[in-house]
Write a protein that binds this ligand. Structure first.
Ligand code: GYE
Length: 330
């Protein structure tokens, strides 16, 4: 009897202990779940200058909803001071993670030190920055813009070969001055064509990634150089589409009289490439939302993340059969 009663107590104790362990480990699991609804992400988008940017914002909103992340999204309308103010609001609001797409590379030290003091990790999306102090941000999720410039340059060398050109005069319409894609797309392109003595950049102008500026720049370039222009290298589709109208109005056939090279690969520009008016588009994908959510959740769990996260990219050109290309989604 006595023996049996003792055994009963032991069993009850063991069951209680097991229940406690299950409950505790259950709590742990919930906290680390991918869909932790408690993550509050503040994201400062730089503007809405292009199909790329609009597609990027839409993708981030969609993925936040999918991952159960609460998103505080602010659009800075192309102004750095608006981005700085947005980041300050995120800090005051005590978000868990801050992400932003910096319009330019310089001028972020102070606000990022404030984020560090508040203990909020910061993710760079799309573009890079240049700070005096290192380690103010955790990582960068965005394209390898230098490689995009290299792909554009390599295409041009192949095109010059096929056209049997011995002198190639290029005009460049660049993106926003001092932004990472502008700097890197230029550097990758120049480093590639520099090795080829046929290539000459006759003029480089700032088109600010805008369609209206692309048109304006092209008008000025055509007035200044006219027939001399063999190639337009434009840092995004918007500026390219703006430039094409001007080229046609001036009586030239884009894609034939002038070789057109663009970057991004949004649907509108791809359609024009298929019509033969653009010769090559280097892809830059705006679909960075999933990686951003995964990274924010990891940081929120205190995990370390890769410093540079580049998406896979390719190019589209008149050398390829693009009839099976899937809709681009931006
Ligand atoms: O190419 C352009 C946009 O930073 C990669 O910004 C981005 C660039 C993109 O407005 O269209």
């Amino acid at each position: 009897m006595l023996f049996r009663r003792k055994k009963g107590w032991k069993s009850i104790l063991a069951i209680c202990a097991m229940l406690l362990i299950t409950m505790l480990s259950g709590c742990g699991e919930k906290k680390e779940s991918k869909e932790d609804p408690k993550l509050l992400l503040g994201f400062s988008q730089l503007g809405s200058e292009s199909a790329w940017r609009i597609g990027n914002t839409r993708d981030i909103e969609m993925k936040a909803a999918e991952y159960g992340v609460s998103l505080m999204l602010e659009n800075a309308n192309q102004k750095q001071e608006n981005q700085i103010a947005a980041i300050r609001r995120f800090i005051a609001y005590k978000v868990d993670v801050i992400a932003f797409s910096p319009i330019v590379e310089e001028g972020w030290d102070n606000v990022l030190k404030e984020a560090r003091e508040a203990g909020i990790p910061v993710i760079l999306v799309d573009r890079d920055i240049n700070t005096k102090e290192q380690g103010l941000t955790t990582c960068l999720i965005g394209a390898d813009f230098y490689r995009e410039g290299v792909m554009a340059g390599e295409y041009l060398i192949r095109k010059a070969d096929s056209l049997k050109k011995d002198h190639v005069r290029i005009v460049e319409i660049t993106g926003t001055e001092d932004s990472t894609p502008m700097r890197q797309r230029q550097a990758g392109f120049m480093d590639t064509i520099r090795k080829d003595s046929r290539m000459e950049v006759i003029k480089s102008v700032d088109g600010d990634f805008l369609k209206s500026r692309g048109a304006e720049c092209m008008r000025e370039l055509l007035t200044a150089f006219g027939d001399q222009i063999d190639v337009v290298y434009s840092h995004n589709d918007e500026m390219t589409l703006g430039a094409l109208t001007e080229i046609e109005q001036a009586g030239y056939v884009p894609g034939k009289d002038i070789v057109i090279i663009s970057v991004d690969g949004g649907q509108d520009a791809i359609n024009v490439l298929k019509e033969g008016k653009i010769n090559c588009i280097v892809e830059c994908t705006p679909m960075l939302g999933s990686t951003l959510m995964d990274t924010a959740l990891k940081l929120n769990r205190g995990e370390t993340v890769e410093r540079m996260i580049h998406p896979e990219e390719r190019y589209f050109s008149d050398e390829q059969d693009l009839s099976d290309l899937k809709p681009r989604g931006y």
